[in-house]
Design a protein around this ligand. Structure first.
Ligand SMILES: Cc1cc2nc3c(=O)[nH]c(=O)nc-3n(C[C@H](O)[C@H](O)[C@H](O)COP(=O)(O)OP(=O)(O)OC[C@H]3O[C@@H](n4cnc5c(N)ncnc54)[C@H](O)[C@@H]3O)c2cc1C
Length: 497
């Protein structure tokens, strides 16, 4: 009874706030992909709500800064491996060879290059633009938003009486995800890093333990191991990049083991701090000390902050906001996009969804809605070696072929068998193509090695435009002896019916 009375009192209070609330045409929650507001909405009165750094994950703590660090790491690794190309460091005074050359990592300079000169000014500039005279139709609220009713949101937690209620005809939820913190770490109370602060550490640690074995974990393992940190990657499954094609995951696991220490098939059962170090205990009883512990085991949606039930917005079992093909949630006039909804958690996908949803919000024609596109999504993994992928894994293709009574053709072309691979002295890279032998259409492509994330675009084109692979291989020029010959030779190696 008491609960019901409290609920209805709260409901009455929210209704009263909503009555006096500022009303907008559109509320956008989240300034990552949610901030790409098209010109066609310039005549709308818009509220943007952001609880964290303006600009969201990709620009501030995700894709862009990580890849700027990755590039430094790539160069550092090339320098240490320069002798493969006949380049040997010598002492400039004597001309004598230096056996183990050392490179000083200017960590403060690196942070300044990435954040001081690039990222932070962009974030600041973006926020100033939204607050300034150039976007007079937009009001930016810097606080957390949650639903208190249909298209009615409270901005701020309400502590110290600082909450505001706003309403709108339409709402876009672009609230993204955050790092998952395993219970064993949360309960232990040890200090840890995530993608949010690891790139801004005061100093480079001597040792780092990374929990996780997928994209974010392997990218940071590359960055820090290449910068001279002793890295331990602890992963529950026996293989890294488990969800990717089996040739990619098995070869990557093998090669990465020469760059950092992989402790695979292991879980963390405890953690403690002592003498300035963090010690993690594994399920086999082993203890690993480290200066820094980095969590990269997965991400959880921020939907729990939104009180979606109060807004009539349904979530799936993973906490992702359920949308239809056009980005509509279960609540009338409420849309969602990006990492907040199910689908690949990738920025180019979030961008496509944002274009579609903003168009759908802007149009008044129900037959003019643009769909979200989740097929043929490529991705890059900027670890070492680099990886690019699109389409089915071989295991998925085998299941598909069995179900549809089709025959597969698979070709694995090594970098070491093409001229540019010789130039690069590459011994581990490959391009794997999986195709339908009858229709000569590509089903999946997986590249591991230098420039993989760029080379994969050739195969995105082939798969997206449903190209005949024989025509694709033979009716155009491939500049000799570029790395694109890797793809050409892989195509020529497929055996069609
Ligand atoms: C380390 C790392 C590296 C990555 N590298 C790549 C890469 O190389 N390539 C790639 O394609 N993708 C990469 N990604 C993924 C990519 O960053 C995301 O897919 C993309 O940024 C998602 O955009 P979004 O707009 O959905 O969410 P976000 O950019 O995360 O924006 C969500 C925003 O909503 C705000 N918010 C959440 N809840 C509320 C609330 N209740 N009230 C107010 N504000 C709220 C958050 O503070 C946040 O700013 C990477 C991610 C990480 C973490």
């Amino acid at each position: 009874m008491a609960d019901i009375a409290a609920d209805s009192a709260e409901h009455a209070e929210h209704a009263e706030h909503a009555e006096h609330a500022e009303h907008y045409d559109l509320i956008i929650v989240g300034t990552g992909s949610g901030n790409s507001i098209p010109e066609e909405l310039n005549d709308r009165k818009i509220a943007i709500v952001e609880k964290g750094i303006f600009g969201g994950t990709c620009i501030n703590v995700g894709c862009i800064p990580t890849k700027m660090y990755v590039y430094t790491a790539d160069v550092a690794r090339e320098l240490t491996e320069a002798s493969r190309y006949g380049l040997s460091p010598v002492n400039p005074g004597t001309g004598e060879p230096v056996d183990q050359p050392q490179w000083r990592i200017d960590w403060d300079g690196l942070k300044e290059r990435v954040f001081g000169r690039r990222i932070d000014p962009i974030s600041r500039g973006g926020e100033e633009y939204r607050r300034g005279d150039e976007t007079p139709n937009i009001t930016l609220y810097s606080d957390v938003a949650r639903f208190t009713g249909d298209r009615t949101m409270q901005i701020g937690t309400g502590e110290n009486g600082n909450a505001t209620t706003i309403t709108a005809d339409q709402v876009i939820l672009a609230t993204g995800t955050r790092t998952w913190v395993p219970d064993v770490i949360a309960e232990s109370g040890v200090r840890y890093r995530t993608n949010v602060d690891v790139m801004r550490m005061e100093q480079l640690p001597r040792t780092m333990v990374i929990l996780g074995g997928s994209i974010i974990a392997t990218e940071f393992a590359h960055v820090f191991s290449s910068l001279g940190v002793e890295v331990f990657v602890i992963n529950r499954s026996d293989i890294l990049l488990r969800k990717f094609d089996e040739t990619v995951s098995s070869r990557f696991t093998e090669v990465s083991g020469t760059q950092w220490t992989n402790l695979l098939g292991r879980t963390v059962t405890g953690a403690r701090e002592h003498g300035g170090l963090v010690t993690v205990t594994l399920d086999d009883g082993r203890e690993i000390d480290c200066d820094e512990l980095l969590l990269a085991q997965g991400r959880v949606p921020n939907s729990d902050l939104l009180d979606c039930a109060a807004g009539g917005v349904e979530l799936d079992d993973d906490g992702k906001i359920i949308v239809d093909d056009f980005g509509r949630t279960s609540a009338d006039g409420v849309w969602a996009l990006g990492d907040a909804i199910a689908g690949p958690e990738l920025k180019h996908v979030a961008n496509q969804e944002a274009r579609a949803v903003f168009h759908n919000v802007a149009t008044s024609d129900e037959f003019d809605l643009e769909p979200l596109k989740h097929d043929n999504v490529p991705g890059g993994i900027f670890s070492h070696p680099q990886i690019g992928y699109v389409g089915m894994t071989e295991a998925e293709a085998r299941t598909w072929a069995e179900k549809n009574d089709r025959t597969l053709t698979v070709k694995v072309q090594e970098y070491s068998d093409v001229a540019y691979g010789w130039a690069m002295e590459d011994t581990t890279g490959f391009c794997k193509l999986i195709a339908d032998a009858g229709s000569r259409r590509l089903l999946g492509a997986h590249i591991m090695g230098p420039q993989a994330a760029t080379l994969i675009q050739l195969l995105v084109t082939a798969i997206e435009f449903d190209l005949d692979l024989v025509d694709f291989a033979t009716k155009q020029y491939w500049p000799h002896p570029s790395l694109s010959e890797l793809v050409e030779n892989a195509l020529l190696g497929l055996e069609f019916e």
